[in-house]
Ligand binder design. Structure first.
Ligand code: BTN
Length: 247
């Protein structure tokens, strides 16, 4: 991607906001968080051709093949209650799945909470970071990384080096924007995510940071974007654990 392609993607989605492009940066999420702290307007976007300290969920790193991944972070200033913020990464995931499926003709699906899969392989992911004071959201950064060619990691996939990057990112931004302005009530996000889900209907294991382990059938996501699993002891809610798809 280039700075011009990033600008064209935003314009394709009908959005107008500052665009920041780096051939190489540490993390576009870190850059976007800095901009958010410095009062950057909503929809400001940071993109990069390569990250040297890409961040993933649960403290993991995100590795890219330089020039062969779409990596972008958006600054948001949502007026939604703090408890609902978990809906935004789900919305981002489904907006990517819809856009990527359309741009490539290959079915891209969402693994809870915000991985993008082609078959069982991970093609992308979303990392939401936020600043909260009291019970008010000051800002949220939604960072997305989508592989065009697969990095050298087991279980990783790419969408294809020839994919139209502007159509892909512009398609994501416009779908995300549409869902964002109608984010409450949450029915639309829940319905769209459920339709693109690779997780619902599967047996899953949820593993907490302290190693606690619950398994069951994934049956729904609730109005706050949490995963509901049916265990032998009845339905239970998974909020922030890592989820594994079981065979
Ligand atoms: C995950 O799968 O755990 C989430 C990966 C999110 C990676 C993207 S790449 C752009 C943005 N900047 C980062 O440092 N991380 C996100």
């Amino acid at each position: 991607m280039t700075a011009t392609e990033l600008e064209r993607s935003l314009a394709l989605a009908g959005l107008s906001a500052p665009v920041h492009w780096h051939e190489v940066t540490g993390s576009t999420n870190a850059d976007a968080a800095e901009l958010a702290e410095a009062d950057a307007p909503e929809w400001s976007v940071v993109g990069a051709g390569h990250q040297t300290a890409g961040r993933g969920r649960m403290g993991r790193s995100w590795l890219d093949r330089p020039g062969d991944a779409l990596m972008a972070s958006i600054v948001l200033r949502p007026s939604m209650p703090v408890e609902s913020v978990g809906l935004l990464p789900l919305l981002a995931g489904v907006a990517w799945a819809e856009s990527a499926s359309e741009a490539t003709g290959v079915e891209v699906r969402c693994k809870w909470p915000n991985d993008l899969l082609v078959g069982n392989d991970k093609v992308g992911g979303v990392l939401a970071e936020s600043s909260v004071v009291g019970d008010t959201l000051r800002w949220v950064v939604i960072g997305s990384g989508v592989n065009l060619t697969a990095p050298d990691i087991d279980g990783a996939a790419g969408l294809g080096a020839g994919v139209d990057r502007v159509a892909l990112l512009g398609g994501f931004l416009s779908r995300f924007h549409r869902g964002y302005i109608a984010a409450e009530p949450s029915e639309e996000i829940v319905a769209r995510w459920s339709a693109a889900s690779a997780t619902l209907g599967r047996r899953v294991a949820a593993v907490a940071i302290d190693g606690r382990h619950r398994s069951g059938l994934a049956v729904a996501i609730d109005a706050w974007g949490r995963l509901v699993i049916e265990t032998g002891d009845g339905p239970t809610v998974v909020a922030s654990e890592e989820v594994e798809h079981l065979r």
